[in-house]
Design a protein around this ligand. Structure first.
Ligand SMILES: [Zn+2]
Length: 483
């Protein structure tokens, strides 16, 4: 998961406005569910699923066994992948026979970021409970949610709950890196196993808390598109005692100075309009007024400029491009023959990589310098993809209703805030495959305690069990037909 840094001062604002700051609902489930949830979480954390020496197949098989033991049919539980270390689990929870509704797919990645014992206070691959937290690699990103969904599948099965459509769970490899992304592989090789009307991906979204107080349920409704571009200037070079005005380094530096001084145009879509509307109600003073002013027609340019100084607001209102790497020259006493820079862009939904490449070329306006697209594999090409990042899917009324009711059961009254994810998750594959995808998680993490990919990753013990309860309430509400 991509880390989004949250939320200055919202807690204080909520209190000032007298908004209902919900108390934890003490709905952490019956003892049997709690014990099951504990054991599944522990089992997953203690299976190393890193790309270097781990195996997602071991974790996928362990979860498959649990589902089979709980009564899932062998034909509905499969572990498969491109090789024996990068296995993915696909499990189908059968809905009402003859249902005309197409399945719901839940995706979660099993792999975790590398973690070294000597960098941590505890062993990252031991499930440790300490001071009210569970510690271990994956306790935030994202074995916590994998364990939650597996627990809820078993709990619903034990209760003989029958959803109004099939619910498919895919627990997959290589989201964090590696060459065998499981979601991509399943869509390309076994589309029939994972084909669905829409997708839930608990790798993003979740409840933001402040010192344990819930502030809001954020959910991801759309994502930006990732792209790298190479700026390259070459020159015959020469002796540095005889400089000429034409210099490869100056070409690239001039281009980057233009980039620094330029912002891509302000844009809104259905998701960000709703996000800014909600944030306007939560923020106060000038910021709240500015948020309202950018929603007006036409938007107020001064308000856009002020809000752009906040990286999160800035990134939510436009495509961003930033210099991330440079290399140039070959000797201290030689004129440079080559200068290159990498520019990393996060493209607002609705635009293609090629469109942004052309926009950069026009901005730099320098025939001595090329702007090329760099693929994920590092290949440089004259042309980026013409495929546009998907425009946001509609906020389905059934999804919103269920999210509201399940959220209220655990965190009564907190606002639901749709966000444009400025990074990228596996939803990029399902969205590209034309399946609307939403990032919804029931795990509450303090805004000051985001430890994904970092040292001593942890989740509050009660956050975990509340998350188990939330997803259970949410899935049942979502798959129970209202008459
Ligand atoms: Zn993740």
């Amino acid at each position: 998961m991509n880390i989004r840094l949250p939320w200055a001062s919202i807690g204080a604002v909520c209190i000032a406005l007298g908004m209902p700051l919900a108390v934890w609902a003490a709905s952490q489930g019956d003892p049997a569910t709690r014990a099951l949830a504990h054991d599944i979480f522990k089992e997953l954390i203690e299976i190393n699923t890193t790309d270097s020496i781990g195996s997602t197949s071991v974790a996928a098989k362990a979860m498959a066994k649990r589902l089979l033991d709980a009564g899932f049919a062998a034909s509905d539980v499969t572990v498969l992948g491109p090789n024996d270390r990068k296995g993915n689990l696909v499990a189908r929870y059968r809905g009402k026979p003859g249902s005309k509704l197409r399945p719901l797919l839940i995706i979660g990645h099993l792999d975790v970021v590398e973690a070294r014992r000597e960098d941590w206070s505890t062993d990252p691959f031991q499930f440790v409970e300490q001071d009210g937290y569970y510690y271990g690699r994956g306790t935030q990103d994202m074995k916590v949610s994998d364990a939650i969904v597996v627990t809820d599948f078993i709990r619903m099965k034990r209760e003989r709950f029958v959803p109004d459509r099939d619910i498919i769970l895919a627990l997959t490899a290589d989201e964090e890196g590696g060459k065998s992304n499981g979601v991509d592989w399943l869509l390309k090789n076994h589309r029939e196993l994972v084909d669905a009307e829409f997708v839930l991906n608990p790798d993003s979204g979740g409840v933001v808390t402040d010192h344990g107080k819930p502030l809001a349920m954020e959910f991801e409704a759309t994502e930006k598109l990732y792209a790298d571009y190479q700026l390259l200037a070459t020159n015959p070079g020469g002796h540095s005692s005889l400089p000429k005005p034409d210099n490869a380094i100056y070409h690239v530096v001039d281009a980057l100075a233009k980039l620094q001084a330029t912002a891509f145009p302000f844009e809104l879509n259905t998701v960000t309009r709703e996000y800014f509307t909600q944030m306007a109600a939560i923020e106060s003073g000038q910021t709240a007024a500015d948020l309202r002013a950018i929603l007006a027609t036409p938007p107020d340019p001064a308000a856009i400029t002020r809000l752009s100084t906040d990286p999160r607001y800035n990134s939510t209102m436009r495509t961003t491009c930033v210099a991330t790497m440079m290399s140039a020259g070959h000797a201290p006493n030689a004129l440079p023959q080559r200068a290159a820079a990498n520019v990393n862009c996060r493209i607002f939904p609705g635009h293609s990589q090629e469109e942004i490449r052309i926009a950069l070329e026009r901005l730099f306006d320098d025939p001595q310098m090329t702007v090329k697209y760099v693929s994920d594999a590092g290949e440089v090409s004259d042309h980026g993809s013409d495929r546009k990042s998907m425009t946001p899917p509609p906020l389905r009324p059934d999804l919103m209703r269920s999210l509201r009711s399940a959220t209220d059961q655990s965190w009564p009254g907190i606002p639901l805030i749709p966000v444009l994810m400025t990074g990228a998750s596996d939803s990029v594959y399902t969205m590209m495959a034309g399946i609307p995808s939403y990032g919804i998680s029931g795990v509450a993490i303090d805004r000051d305690d985001v430890r994904m990919h970092g040292k001593d990753e942890r989740v509050p013990v009660e956050s975990y069990y509340t998350g188990v309860q939330f997803y259970y309430d949410f899935l049942k509400a979502l798959t129970t037909r209202k008459h």
